[in-house]
Design a protein around this ligand. Structure first.
Ligand code: AMP
Ligand code: ZN
Length: 463
């Protein structure tokens, strides 16, 4: 497995700290509103990374934080006159509904910032002791001039950052951010915690340092997020974590590029966003949305259009139709001696694509080429009944990564119905057409239509 590591700027071979286990931190949502599909591009890609490692036999330990205290959540809950907890609970629940809709596998941990204040305070205390942090009237700040490696992730020269511009909001898209707030002392109308470092609340960056190290250890394998997280958020996480522990924080940094609309990053502030619900309401299916978000390589921007979404629906239908045909065609009773070789070859190609910097386009190509190949073999009557399970199983395997197939096809037959179809086949082989037709009628009464096609008997269930 090799992929691009932001911090080295190179494609690197992945080496896990613990063999065959990968420990991953992913910056999660700030639960002040519904997430938009730009955010979900990031989460779907992170799901691809997770599923790829699982496919390769790794045990995955993934943490995704829930930011349930920051300027935005505080402002919104104040506007509505409800508690921060009550406010963020709603959007946290909606977030989980959305990730289920997109078939994003659950991480092992979803820590809430408000439940890890003491871990944050511990890090800040260490930073104060070691001289990396200083107290001002309104906040405790991190002094970036003390951390000699500051800028190593984003490749930013500290001397070029504007001197003396202290920023005490945790909006992370500010320009020229220099020192940043670790702890903001109690302000009117804001929630606060009573701690050893004073009454107040955490800054955004310290949340991720505290929650990642709590669950993954002081040094872990992979940290992910959107490219907008590189600076200052992830740069600050490195500064806080490495200064407090004296150890390397993260071995591999992976950053996903943006989903854009009409050339601009989809974002709440620009108002050019769609939530998942917006798109479902237009009649698009969730697997197609997943497919669209997944299908472009993560180091390329993804230009969102409804035309592309329609195309994704067609691709999903190609996969579904193929599975439907494989599961419902009654093949002749034989086994193709080449089948193991074929499935192995396509599986190897699929794995190599994933191992090559998560090259999902190549992996999906392999899947569609496999479909094409099998369809031709079906037409040439080269597929026997014994091959079906192998075809279904490799497709189900691919789908462990792609994640668009339903668990079960509505069309599955009872064994009694299967027996009737087989009995009818035998009768037809013996040229007992009248009896065979009786069975066809019987099946029709049960809502099953039998078709005799050039490549075998096929059935359809009346919906
Ligand atoms: P936020 O809630 O804004 O902190 O974003 C949560 C995650 O979504 C972060 O990893 C962001 O980098 C990512 N993100 C936000 N907007 C986009 C976008 N338009 N395309 C891709 N990822 C995004
Ligand atoms: Zn973070």
């Amino acid at each position: 497995m090799k992929f691009y590591n932001t911090i080295s700027g190179k494609i690197e071979e992945f080496k896990a700290i613990n063999q065959k286990e990968v420990r991953i931190y992913t910056c999660g949502p700030t639960v002040y509103d519904f997430a938009h599909i730009g955010n979900f591009r990031a989460y779907v890609f992170e799901d691809l990374v997770r599923r790829s490692f699982e496919y390769l036999g790794y045990k995955v330990v993934q943490v995704m934080n829930i930011t349930d205290v920051d300027d935005k959540t505080i402002k919104k809950s104040n506007e509505l006159g409800i508690s921060l907890k009550e406010y963020t609970k709603k959007y946290t629940e909606e977030f989980f509904k959305d990730i289920d809709t997109l078939n994003i596998e659950r991480a092992e941990y979803y820590p809430r910032a408000t439940e890890h204040i003491s871990q944050m305070v511990d890090i800040i205390k260490k930073l104060l002791d070691k001289g990396y942090a200083y107290k001002k009237e309104d906040a405790i700040y991190y002094d970036i001039s003390k951390f000699k490696d500051y800028g190593k992730l984003a490749k930013i020269d500290v001397n070029e950052l504007k001197k003396g511009s202290r920023v005490n909001v945790d909006e992370y898209d500010k320009d020229n951010v220099q020192d940043f707030a670790l702890w903001k002392f109690k302000r009117k109308g804001e929630p606060f915690w009573e701690t050893e470092i004073g009454l107040g609340r955490p800054g955004w960056h310290i949340e991720c340092s505290a929650m990642s190290m709590e669950y993954l250890g002081e040094t872990f394998d992979i940290h992910m997020g959107g490219v907008d997280n590189i600076f200052p958020h992830h740069e600050n996480e490195i500064a806080q974590s490495e200064a407090s522990t004296g150890k390397k924080f993260v071995n591999y940094w992976i950053h996903i590029h943006h989903l854009i609309v009409n050339g601009q990053k989809m974002s709440k502030s620009k108002g050019n966003f769609f939530t998942l619900r917006d798109i479902l309401q237009k009649g698009f299916r969730a697997p197609a949305i997943r497919f669209l978000l997944l299908g472009t390589h993560y180091r390329k921007t993804l230009n969102f259009t409804f035309q592309a979404l329609k195309q994704a629906e067609q691709n999903i239908d190609r996969i579904l139709n193929f599975m439907y045909e494989i599961e419902t065609t009654v093949f002749k009773d034989f086994e193709n001696s080449e089948m193991d070789k074929i499935t192995e070859e396509y599986n190897n190609r699929f794995v190599s694509a994933l191992e090559d910097d998560f090259n999902i386009s190549q992996a999906l190509n392999t899947l569609f080429e496999f479909i094409k190949k099998i369809n031709i073999m079906i037409k040439n009557r080269e597929i026997g009944s014994k091959d079906r399970d192998k075809i279904v199983s490799i497709m189900r395997g691919f789908d462990k990564v792609v994640g668009v197939l339903p668990d079960k096809f509505e069309t599955e037959l009872q064994s009694e119905e299967k027996e009737l179809i087989e009995k009818r086949n035998r009768l037809r082989e013996d040229k007992k057409y009248e009896e065979a037709d009786k069975i066809r009628e019987l099946l029709k009464d049960k809502g099953i239509i039998i078709e005799d096609t050039p490549w075998g008997v096929r059935w359809k269930k009346l919906q």
